[in-house]
Write a new protein. Structure first.
Length: 234
């Protein structure tokens, strides 16, 4: 969530010059623990809270998709969940097995504690471990950079951070579009959460209200997220 919250914080501070918001990354687990420990005023998470993390006030600000990305020149356009699981567990090691070129697959994953990795493990891996042979990166941007420059690479990042340098695959023939995420047709989706230990008051409430405003929700949509106001809940 870091790049999105930074963008909203910059917009908010431009309108409220007497308020300073310091944004720090580190993964969803770090954000949750910092909120629980009261070492931050407002935490963020890009995954649902676990049972032992409950007790925080949770505000959904957007829905994000997890895009499976490959190099833009990779001829593969679609994979099944089972094929993705086999790649990241190490059972499939060559693109030829997936209808692609005869090249070794280089899989790139996120670090432990990352909300993106946690959501990917829950929705894709189904309790099967990610292979130790995968390259590990500490941000969505780093994963994207490797895939953009590695023809045989595959990784996963926020849909909102996909750009023209990489290709987002269809999953079971469903593309990660805004329309498909709104109606939950694209299934690799997770919430973007603001977290509070107590009720928001003062400047914290002012920022939370801004994040939920039409202006901020429009900013999130322009940056590839599905605003919370648009989501059709099951």
């Amino acid at each position: 969530m870091e790049p999105f919250i930074e963008k909203l914080a910059d917009e908010f501070m431009a309108k409220n010059r007497d308020i300073i918001i310091a944004v720090q990354g580190g993964g969803s687990t770090a954000g949750i623990q910092a909120t629980l420990n009261r070492t931050c005023d407002l935490g963020t998470s890009s995954r649902e809270l676990k049972a032992d993390e409950r007790g925080l006030k949770v505000i959904v600000i957007a829905i994000d998709g997890i895009a499976i990305i490959v190099h833009k020149d990779n001829p593969v356009d679609n994979l099944s969940i089972e094929q993705i699981r086999a790649v990241f567990s190490g059972k499939i090691a060559n693109w030829e097995e997936l209808g692609g070129e005869n090249r070794k697959i280089i899989a790139v994953t996120r670090e432990e504690g990352s909300g993106t990795r946690g959501a990917f493990e829950e929705m894709v891996m189904n309790d099967i471990a990610i292979s130790d042979a995968c390259l590990v990166q500490d941000s969505n941007g780093a994963v994207r950079e490797i895939i953009a420059t590695t023809r045989q690479g595959i990784g996963y990042i926020s849909v909102g951070l996909v750009d023209e340098r990489v290709k987002a695959l269809a999953i079971n023939k469903v593309k990660p579009t805004h329309a498909n995420m709104i109606i939950h047709r694209y299934r690799l989706i997770r919430p973007f959460l603001l977290l509070l230990r107590d009720d928001a008051t003062g400047n914290i409430k002012k920022f939370v209200d801004y994040v939920l405003s039409d202006e901020a929700q429009d900013i999130l949509m322009r940056n590839g997220l599905t605003p919370a106001r648009d989501v059709h809940r099951d």
